[in-house]
Design a protein around this ligand. Structure first.
Ligand SMILES: Cc1ncc(COP(=O)(O)O)c(C=O)c1O
Length: 276
């Protein structure tokens, strides 16, 4: 069993609970962030994840009573109380207990989960995987809130259709992002990824930092038609790294195999992650 941090205490996972009247439970008022460790328990780009957590809090007007250094200490202490080779780390802040079931009382709950990391199967990378589109977009997309209702439903439908991820497509027909991933296309050797209406993924950011050495980059709106006509497509996230996508809604992308640009970016990404 993993040891979690919750509101000042380190407890077994099963005891890591919040009051039923927590605004996160009653009203879905909460934010979170997620990263994984490399190099034997070192969280990847933790400062970036904590900055994003602060930005999520600002966007939903939640006051965070902790400095980034306090949060870092709690995260490192939580990891130190566990005994795994590598971890997935989840930092969750919910609105906390309150009197009238709707007004935050500036006492948010803080939870940190450090659990055994189970990376995706190797054949996801050697064979690629499929996406299924869903006609939706996230409310307040730049904030990583705990409202993943559309994501849970879309992911369920995607799985039933043999896909591993659902891709949000806007009313104007633009590919935005996956339920927990960002999306990229490679066309004629150029890398294209949407800039707006998405969560600014930390993995996406790392890809945008390393890509210019390998190819030209365009961050701009990405019509679904253009994505379907791409030579290569991949998705990125902290847990999936750079994952080749070889079909969307049953239609093959490129030659239906993971592309060389995608694999070059995956390799470079892993080098960067393992260098720290
Ligand atoms: C909606 C959404 N987009 C993108 C991402 C990818 O972000 P990151 O690379 O920081 O994990 C996530 C991560 O969970 C997400 O929930």
């Amino acid at each position: 069993m993993s040891v979690f941090y919750i509101n000042g205490r380190y407890v077994d996972e099963a005891e890591a609970t919040v009051p039923a009247s927590d605004l996160g439970v009653l009203r879905g008022y909460g934010i979170f962030d997620y990263t994984r460790t490399y190099r034997g328990g070192v969280p990847f780009r933790l400062d970036d994840h904590l900055q994003r957590l602060q930005r999520s809090a600002d966007l939903i007007e939640m006051d965070l009573p902790w400095e980034p250094d306090d949060l870092t200490q709690v995260i490192l202490d939580t990891i130190a109380r566990n005994d795994e080779p590598e971890y997935e780390v989840r930092i969750v802040v919910t609105g906390g207990a309150n009197d009238d079931h709707i007004t935050p009382q500036n006492q948010p709950s803080l939870m940190v989960f450090a659990r055994h990391l189970e990376p995706p199967p190797l054949d996801w990378y050697s064979e690629g995987r499929a996406l299924r589109t869903t006609p939706a977009s996230r409310w307040m997309p730049e904030a990583k809130t705990t409202n993943y209702i559309a994501a849970v439903m879309a992911r369920k439908a995607a799985k039933a259709a043999g896909a591993i991820e659902a891709l949000y497509v806007s009313e104007s027909g633009h590919a935005l992002e996956g339920t927990t991933t960002n999306v990229f296309a490679v066309r004629h050797g150029r890398l294209i990824t949407p800039a707006d209406g998405i969560l600014p993924g930390v993995t996406r950011q790392v890809v945008l930092e390393i890509a210019p050495g390998l190819m030209e980059v365009e961050t701009r709106p990405l019509p679904l038609t253009e994505l379907l006509a791409a030579d290569e497509v991949f998705i990125t996230s902290s847990s999936k790294e750079v994952l080749p996508i070889v079909a969307i809604d049953g239609q093959a992308i490129g030659n239906g195999r993971p592309g060389r640009h995608t694999l070059a970016l995956l390799n470079r990404f892993r080098e960067v992650a393992h260098e720290g």
